[in-house]
Design a protein around this ligand. Structure first.
Ligand SMILES: [Zn+2]
Length: 238
């Protein structure tokens, strides 16, 4: 589904955290909505996580094989069809656990087949996460430890994954370069979304690079300066 007001088109690869601890990340745009499915991995152990497989099971498996990676888990930021439609297929094929989203997104996961049919994504199936996530949880991928933040607003159970040593966040549809997530879907909440961004994400630091669910990466500092919805100036204006 279209997740933001003005979706920028992009197939650009994400940052690979140069000179940082052993994390690499690649982006595979999937679904009619060019959703940024991310594959991140620990270079020391070659263990990987796939974040938001909306589609592209074959592409994902080929990428893992080409890089010599072992899939350790699937991570899900939120239950929208372009982010979660292929979770069931990928976990059935690989047997790996599914972490996230937060359980308030269960109603979105339950309606994946009907939303999939609406957008021509007939592979969309519901699933039950191995673990629902919430604030303060952590997720391990090889030697990497990702922090979890619950950032409601776009959906009520949306979570964000952060690798502090790499100064990297995977934010799904919470914030984009120059935009924010739509809140006109069922149980969307604009005020909650602004709070999630301003009170949970921005305090992590201006130097955090984020990979959004659609379009180009940016940094929290850049958005704090220029994002028309959540910049310091926009918020001061009210
Ligand atoms: Zn979404």
């Amino acid at each position: 589904m279209p997740d933001q007001t003005v979706p920028p088109a992009s197939t650009a690869p994400g940052p690979s955290a140069p000179g940082m601890p052993p994390l690499k990340v690649a982006i595979l745009p999937v679904t009619p909505f060019q959703q940024n499915c991310s594959i991140l991995w620990c270079t020391a152990t070659k263990r990987a996580a796939v974040v938001d497989p909306g589609d592209g099971v074959t592409q994902i498996e080929e990428f893992l094989a080409r890089q010599g990676l072992t899939l350790e888990r699937i991570l899900v930021t939120h239950g929208h069809v372009d982010h979660a439609a292929a979770v069931a297929d990928l976990t059935a094929r690989t047997g790996v656990p599914v972490d996230g989203p937060q359980q308030e997104d269960k109603f979105w996961i339950d309606r994946l087949p009907e939303d999939g049919a609406k957008y021509g994504m007939l592979h969309a199936k519901p699933f039950t996460p191995t673990r629902w996530l919430g604030d303060g949880d952590t997720v391990a991928v090889g030697d990497l430890v990702l922090d979890v933040l619950h950032c409601p607003g776009h959906t009520p159970g949306h979570v964000v994954f952060i690798h502090q040593p790499s100064r990297l966040a995977i934010v799904g549809d919470v914030i984009f370069q120059g935009s924010i997530g739509r809140t006109d879907f069922p149980r969307g909440d604009h005020a909650a979304l602004i709070r999630s961004i301003r009170e949970k994400l921005f305090p992590l630091g201006d130097d955090i690079t984020f990979l959004p669910g659609h379009g180009e990466p940016s940094t929290f500092g850049q958005e704090r300066r220029t994002n028309p919805f959540v910049s310091d100036r926009a918020v001061a204006r009210g």
